[in-house]
Design a protein around this ligand. Sequence first.
Ligand code: AHR
Length: 497
Amino acid sequence: MAKLYVQEKKKKSHIQPEVYGHFSEHLGRGIYGGIFVGEDSEIPNVKGMRKDVVDALKELRVPVLRWPGGCFADEYHWMDGIGPKEGRKKMVNTHWGGVVEDNSFGTHEYFELCEQLGCKTYINGNVGSGTVREMSEWVEYMTFPGVSPMADLRCKNGREEAWKVDYFGVGNENWGCGGNMMPEYYGNLYRRYQTYVRDYKAGEHIRKIACGPNVDDYQWTEDLLRVCFARNDHGYMDGLSLHYYVVPHDWKHKGSATRFTGAEWYLTLHKALYMEELIERHGAIMDRFDPKKKVGMMVDEWGAWFDVEPGTNPGFLYQQSTMRDALVAAVTLNIFNKHSDRVKMACIAQMVNVLQSVILTEGERMLKTPTYHIFHMYRHHQDADLLESWMEGVETVGSGEDQVPCLQESVSVDQNGIMTVTVANLSLERTESLEIVFTESTPELVEARILTGAMNAMNTFEEPDQVREQAFEGVAISGRQASLTIPPCAVVSLRLQ
Ligand code: AHR
């Protein structure tokens, strides 16, 4: 039997709510149709935002939303997306399907969405094809509280009060779609562009995020930080991004989202667990430049990336989501929790209708994916403190190179003293007995939930509740110990006090 030890008094680091963040790009039906339908739509909406989608997202306590891209960010010219809608300039979204972008969702609409969600704001600026002036004026437009040319323009467009920009990304993937730059070159551009991302409002610091590495490009991290930290000890940044997608096979044939074998299940989870090595190795480089961990690692794009749903536009990246996605999310979020001393934000790609979404829509219909339920079960980790925990006696499952631990966990405690334990059973066959040993207290069970199903179980528009979170009855508590039996292919969350 596997054992999980918890040291309830050993708080290791704080789990910033932003670790449970989201990303939404002008890509396929991610925004248009999925979130924003316009005020004249027959789909019930509030100021153009789908009511069903916003209501479902609110239940997740979305902490932050990154926008407008992605690769789109380095082609986006914010002035095209302000002012009367009929006058907004159209553009071709060359990255994503070559469709016409009418800019009806722009800066004002983004802030409206964040207000409805009650989340923090994360704007990604354009370094690849934009000027310093353009970026600087966007920041002025959004945040300048007094009289200035851009603040006046904002007022003219109907918004008097300055908004709050919590995070600002200075470019996206500038090693690739954001300009194919070398780290030294981008590093110097970063130093320059970020200078003009000014804090206009007293007490409101815009946290600046530099474009970090792609997957295991440790040289990028090293070279970029060397340039940014030269002649100063803060690197001019509050965060460094990291992008990592779980692609089962290769970029040309990634693998089907819904039709896969047991071997592909373990291959995918093995790749999901690789996130830990990436965080540790990039983190070790960051530690040399920033030993006090003032700069957050912002994993602002992560998730599973499969072949698009057959028959859909390849440029729209629309994929279904199964229990395999739920396990990818569960183990990844456990890893983020365990590294919350360095990981200060993470944004799943992408919130609605794109890649590993939490919500899918089709016309007026909407469904919650298995990944949605994981975010819901894990929401209590937000703003909690990570506790020391470790497992013993965990079997290894899978085959060949794709061996994974059968069980994986993280544990936190919130401000009210309620502990959240989240445990994933990665096995397709093994029902696992687990004994949790609380080393310092005798807690009582407050709530137990489970998400389980066949490996490729999914929610469809015809059957939207095939996979859903349910009460979990199989927990017995006695003194300092809790015993539970976790079925294969399942994620359990316990709340104890
Ligand atoms: O999320 C889809 C794309 O993946 C983003 O636009 C880009 O940043 C990444 O390569």
